[in-house]
Design a protein. Structure first.
Length: 238
């Protein structure tokens, strides 16, 4: 039995070391969550500027190491108006009403950011390309089961999710004037929305900033003068 004791001691030591490292990794992950920056996008599915922002700019949150410091929230309602008879009018027509619900359903059904973002990005890319009617092909292209989303947007579940997005949009402390309406830690960026990475990096309080924050130079617009280079869909306009 004597020769086995050193072996047992080594095993126990290794287990102890592994446990310490595992605990340290978990603690580090939990700590990083505490420092995450909340980036919220209030938008509507058929505003061309929302589509362009999602397809061409917001993708950086998912495709770079920004994803490690950002909690991205998408709220598809935008400039839709509710009427007294409990219906609503979407700025870009009935198709927009449908796709707002579809995207709200996708966010709810696939809470994983990479999954629902890529699906929404696919829909918005078709909109930019003038191929809106092909949006359902996004399911097959991404290997996603269409049934949960179809069952959602054609039923009361989809309506409830749409109304939830409406209520959240209506409760904004500073009412949105247009879409895309982007907030970083609940502070609206207004016309400077395309510069969102600069605001995210400035708001991040963690010790290790991602490469996306250090590899490029960003300038925050402090002039108070709207940057007209960043087009928007104004509320209550057709």
């Amino acid at each position: 039995m004597g020769p086995d004791k050193p072996v047992l001691a080594c095993v126990l030591l290794l287990l102890s070391v592994y446990s310490c490292y595992a605990s340290s990794d978990v603690d580090a992950a939990m700590a990083s969550d505490d420092y995450k920056v909340t980036l919220s996008l209030y938008y509507e599915s058929l505003c061309p500027y929302c589509a362009g922002f999602i397809v061409n700019q917001l993708r950086d949150v998912v495709e770079t190491d920004l994803r490690n410091i950002v909690n991205l929230r998408l709220v598809p309602w935008g400039n839709t108006q509710r009427t007294p008879n409990h219906t609503w009018i979407c700025q870009h027509g009935r198709d927009e009403c449908v796709l707002n619900v579809v995207e709200a359903c996708a966010i709810n059904i696939w809470p994983d950011l990479a999954t629902h973002f890529k699906f929404i990005q696919c829909i918005e890319r078709f909109e930019l390309e003038g191929k809106r009617a092909q949006w359902q092909s996004c399911f097959g292209a991404l290997g996603l089961n269409p049934k949960p989303v179809t069952d959602c947007y054609k039923t009361r579940t989809g309506v409830d999710l749409d109304l939830r997005a409406a209520d959240e949009t209506d409760r904004l402390s500073r009412p949105h004037r247009f879409v895309p309406w982007v907030l970083v830690n609940n502070k609206p960026l207004a016309e400077d929305y395309q510069n969102f990475i600069a605001y995210v990096c400035k708001a991040y309080r963690g010790s290790n900033k991602p490469e996306a924050c250090t590899s490029r130079r960003f300038e925050i617009n402090l002039t108070g003068i709207p940057d007209t280079r960043h087009p928007v869909c104004y509320a209550r306009q057709g």
